[in-house]
Design a binder for this molecule. Structure first.
Ligand SMILES: *Cc1c(COP(=O)(O)O)cnc(C)c1O
Length: 226
């Protein structure tokens, strides 16, 4: 199991390097977020042993049950919250996350602002854009993205680092990545979190700086124990 995760990580890093070369980009400009949601802490430890330090989790509760204890041994570990965030989880998210990738509505901005005061710590923030305007998906709708980004920059300043998206499953992701890239460029935002196991190379061609890969590292996900 542990060997397999190390092998998978090496293979993904290699593919990232190749995609960067093809795109004429520096490899150091793309970071791999290992998405460990639903996988046990042993899988995270295997990835840590293989040198991986940056992780993504969807649920605050699950992240809190795995990561704070690991930080004692791996102080350079970094945790991103990448799933849709309920306002009542904002405090815990501010306490444990280095980056919240899923800021997507004014009510959550308000909750994070309050939570950060209480926690004495504000993670870096990415704004999630619902590039496919899918009703079931988190993210600010396309048409509202510019206004929400401006308001968020006013509220949080440089803590707003960039944008994140999850394209519709049944569509070519490239136009969605392109839209996100153009939107980030308009606002001078440096970070683009886009691309998952199936499409991270396409995302790198569109200037992704964070790719979020789960299945291709950890295997298929066990059923969540909610
Ligand atoms: C689960 C998840 C991923 C990883 O998806 P894979 O297809 O397993 O690589 C990436 N981003 C988000 C927001 C996720 O929820």
């Amino acid at each position: 199991m542990s060997d397999l995760i190390a092998q998978n990580l090496a293979a993904i890093r290699h593919r990232i390097a190749q995609a960067c070369e093809k795109a004429g980009r520096a490899e150091a400009d793309v970071s791999l977020v290992a998405v460990s949601k639903f996988h046990p802490i042993e899988s995270v430890e295997a990835a840590l042993k293989a040198g991986q330090r940056l992780f993504g989790e969807n649920r605050v509760q699950e992240a809190a049950s795995k990561f704070p204890q690991l930080r004692d041994h791996f102080p350079d570990l970094r945790l991103h919250i990448i799933g849709g965030l309920q306002t009542n989880k904002a405090l815990e998210a501010c306490q444990i996350a280095d980056v919240i990738e899923s800021l997507d509505r004014p009510s959550l901005s308000d909750a994070i602002e309050k939570a950060a005061q209480k926690a004495g710590r504000l993670p870096e923030l990415l704004i999630q854009v619902n590039t496919g305007d899918e009703p079931q998906k988190s993210g600010i709708p396309r048409d509202e993205a510019d206004a929400f980004i401006e308001a968020s920059l006013e509220k949080f300043g440089p803590k707003i680092r960039g944008l994140m998206c999850i394209p519709p499953e049944d569509e070519d992701p490239a136009p969605h990545f392109h839209f996100l890239r153009r939107t980030a460029e308009r606002h001078g935002l440096p970070v683009l979190s886009m691309g998952m196991s199936a499409d991270f190379e396409t995302a790198i061609a569109e200037n992704a700086t964070l790719v979020r890969v789960g299945t291709a590292i950890f295997g298929s996900r066990p059923v969540p124990q909610s």
